[in-house]
Design a protein around this ligand. Structure first.
Ligand SMILES: *[C@@H]1O[C@H](CO)[C@@H](O)[C@H](O)[C@H]1NC(C)=O
Ligand SMILES: *[C@@H]1O[C@H](CO)[C@@H](O)[C@H](O)[C@H]1NC(C)=O
Ligand SMILES: *[C@@H]1O[C@H](CO)[C@@H](O)[C@H](O)[C@H]1NC(C)=O
Ligand SMILES: *[C@@H]1O[C@H](CO)[C@@H](O)[C@H](O)[C@H]1NC(C)=O
Ligand SMILES: *[C@@H]1O[C@H](CO)[C@@H](O)[C@H](O)[C@H]1NC(C)=O
Ligand SMILES: *[C@@H]1O[C@H](CO)[C@@H](O)[C@H](O)[C@H]1NC(C)=O
Ligand SMILES: *[C@@H]1O[C@H](CO)[C@@H](O)[C@H](O)[C@H]1NC(C)=O
Ligand SMILES: *[C@@H]1O[C@H](CO)[C@@H](O)[C@H](O)[C@H]1NC(C)=O
Length: 518
């Protein structure tokens, strides 16, 4: 009898200590206290109070039930509780309010409308919404957490801008892994000109993913479309946004780390881990405007920056000192007799001062560009089905690169005389050709030897692989999940090399690809 009583007391104690889950919905007569959680209908997501590792501050946040350590959204990211007496209420007007112990308002949601019977619900998508009790239409939500992302983008979340309400949804990094307050880095859709996805540090652009070409962002140089999630870009008079969805492979997310690195990962139900499938390629050519205006970056060229044809360095001295930021200027003044040079495999330039029309063809696009001297280049807007639409640039062509893999055709304005010069240089006589062929053979042989040497060196380095090498060598290309899955035997333990700072490192069968998991 006594033992039974002890067990009973223990059970009671335990249930007050561990989180107790409530159904997904609260109304104005209910609340969520620290220690309680809301569970979405299908059980995938939980909303509750948490404290980050090494921190005693309490926040209201939501997470994937299977991975409570990875918080995906935080309400009071700037205003933490220092005790465990926080409580979430919803008012009769439909406003979510976080109260402290002394009933001070710590955080509140915003809404421009009110409803008779508002409720707050944690949806199975991970979206916390405020809606009228009997109205489940997303268009009528009073408020939703998906409109106010923190550092994580989830399937169905829109990253972009609503031109009517001026509401902008962007990702902003945490300050540190222990502090969810807004950090320096953000990932957002720049709505100027043709909208493009950019990574910023404060108000300074660090890198551009580029504009959407119907299949992918133009900075992505893989030729295969993304397979870990289905991506979509929507642009009309009302709104412009990027959104991705779930595939059969699992639940994907996009996170901006406190260090400003966009990371994509997918929840693997077999390993019960977030598998990092791709790290943004941040080689030197991705540094925003590294070559300045009217020049392009090519990673295996020396120097990496070259002026576009018909342009010359603005300051030859700076250019020779590898300070390319001044860029290049036209050698001859603009005229309406100008032509266009076709550059293939290009990452299209910064579109913040561009103009576009979805229904204009390439020939008409060229005519429009030619008429205006501030127009410097044009390209197709959409590459699907042989290309369609018209995108034209005004002023300097900034932040463009030539890739070895995929890219787009960019038509750059050039004076007739310049184009003729280039064409004159092209045909070479037989004697010159022989010399070129001979020297090419020598060059290829030389490269082969260098290749063999560097290969053996690399094999040696790989054996002595360390984390320092990894942080220095950020030149990781984008791989799609299925490729890596194949290459690592579906992340089999026999392919595991060891554990790095971020998690397991796998060996792949063709070459070494880092797959990081936490
Ligand atoms: C929050 O809601 C609960 C339940 O309706 C209520 O008891 C409490 O007084 C509310 N807190 C505040 C500060 O309004
Ligand atoms: C917590 O602090 C310890 C000691 O300072 C540190 O080793 C650890 O990495 C920290 N954890 C996190 C998540 O920052
Ligand atoms: C709430 O709305 C007002 C006006 O609509 C706006 O100025 C304010 O920034 C909003 N606050 C939040 C937290 O979104
Ligand atoms: C960017 O921020 C810095 C420092 O906060 C400020 O001095 C500068 O004027 C800002 N630039 C623009 C274009 O807003
Ligand atoms: C690079 O050149 C620009 C002018 O084109 C100058 O303002 C800048 O200070 C130079 N940077 C360095 C590191 O010399
Ligand atoms: C531009 O070059 C690409 C690749 O060589 C070619 O496919 C395309 O047809 C060219 N465009 C025009 C208008 O000739
Ligand atoms: C876009 O192009 C179409 C067809 O050329 C034209 O009818 C339409 O007016 C253009 N739109 C704008 C905004 O110029
Ligand atoms: C050329 O384009 C610029 C930028 O859109 C515009 O401000 C200017 O008025 C245009 N000039 C002519 C002659 O159409």
């Amino acid at each position: 009898m006594g033992r039974f009583f002890v067990i009973l007391v223990c059970c009671l104690l335990l249930s007050t200590l561990t989180n107790s889950s409530k159904p997904a919905i609260i109304n104005p007569s209910q609340s969520v206290r620290d220690g309680e959680t809301l569970l979405s209908d299908g059980g995938s997501f939980q909303l509750g109070f948490f404290n980050p590792a090494n921190s005693t501050n309490q926040y209201l946040g939501l997470w994937f039930t299977k991975s409570p350590q990875t918080v995906l959204w935080v309400a009071n990211r700037e205003t933490p509780f220092t005790d465990r007496f926080g409580v979430l209420n919803i008012t009769r007007e439909g406003i979510l309010i976080l109260y402290s112990r002394s009933s001070n308002i710590v955080w509140l949601s915003n809404s421009s409308r009110t409803e008779e019977n508002p409720v707050a619900e944690l949806l199975e998508s991970g979206n916390l919404v405020v809606r009228e009790e009997n109205d489940k239409n997303p268009a009528n939500f009073l408020w939703q957490s998906f409109d106010y992302p923190c550092d994580t983008m989830l399937p169905g979340m829109r990253l972009g801008i609503n031109f009517v309400t001026r509401l902008e949804s962007s990702l902003s990094s945490w300050k540190t892994s222990e502090d969810p307050a807004r950090g320096e880095f953000s990932l957002l859709l720049d709505p100027n000109g043709y909208p493009q996805l950019v990574l910023k540090k404060g108000n300074k652009t660090l890198a551009r993913a580029g504009s959407w070409n119907g299949i992918r962002f133009t900075a992505q140089t893989t030729s295969t479309p993304d397979s870990i999630s289905t991506s979509e870009f929507v642009l009309n008079e009302k709104e412009g946004y990027f959104v991705f969805g779930i595939t059969s492979l699992g639940f994907p997310r996009l996170t901006l780390t406190p260090e400003g690195i966009p990371q994509r990962s997918i929840w693997n139900d077999r390993t019960h881990q977030w598998q990092f499938v791709e790290i943004a390629q941040l080689d030197i050519c991705e540094h925003y405007s590294i070559c300045g205006a009217n020049a392009y970056c090519q990673i295996n060229n020396s120097p990496i920056c070259s002026c576009l044809d018909g342009f010359m360095p603005k300051s030859l001295r700076d250019w020779k000192l590898s300070n390319w930021s001044g860029g290049c200027v036209r050698r001859t003044p603009c005229s309406d007799k100008d032509r266009f040079e076709n550059y293939s495999r290009m990452k299209l330039p910064d579109t913040s001062s561009s103009w576009y029309n979805k229904s204009t063809g390439l020939e008409e696009c060229k005519e429009i560009c030619l008429k205006n001297c501030s127009c410097t280049a044009y390209a197709n807007l959409d590459v699907r089905g042989g290309g369609s639409g018209c995108l034209i640039w005004f002023g300097g062509l900034i932040d463009t690169r030539r890739s070895n893999g995929d890219g787009q055709d960019l038509y750059v304005r050039i004076a007739v005389s310049e184009l003729e010069n280039i064409e004159k240089k092209r045909p070479v006589d037989k004697k010159k050709q022989a010399v070129i062929i001979a020297s090419s053979v020598i060059l290829v042989l030389g490269l082969l030897i260098v290749g063999v040497i560097s290969y053996t060196r690399k094999t040696y380095l790989r054996k002595n692989y360390n984390s320092e090498e990894r942080t220095q060598d950020m030149e990781l290309p984008w791989y799609d999940f299925s490729t890596i899955g194949h290459a690592t035997n579906n992340f089999s333990s026999s392919n595991k090399l060891g554990e790095g700072g971020f998690g397991p490192v796998y060996k792949v069968n063709r070459s070494l690809i880092l797959v990081q998991t936490i």
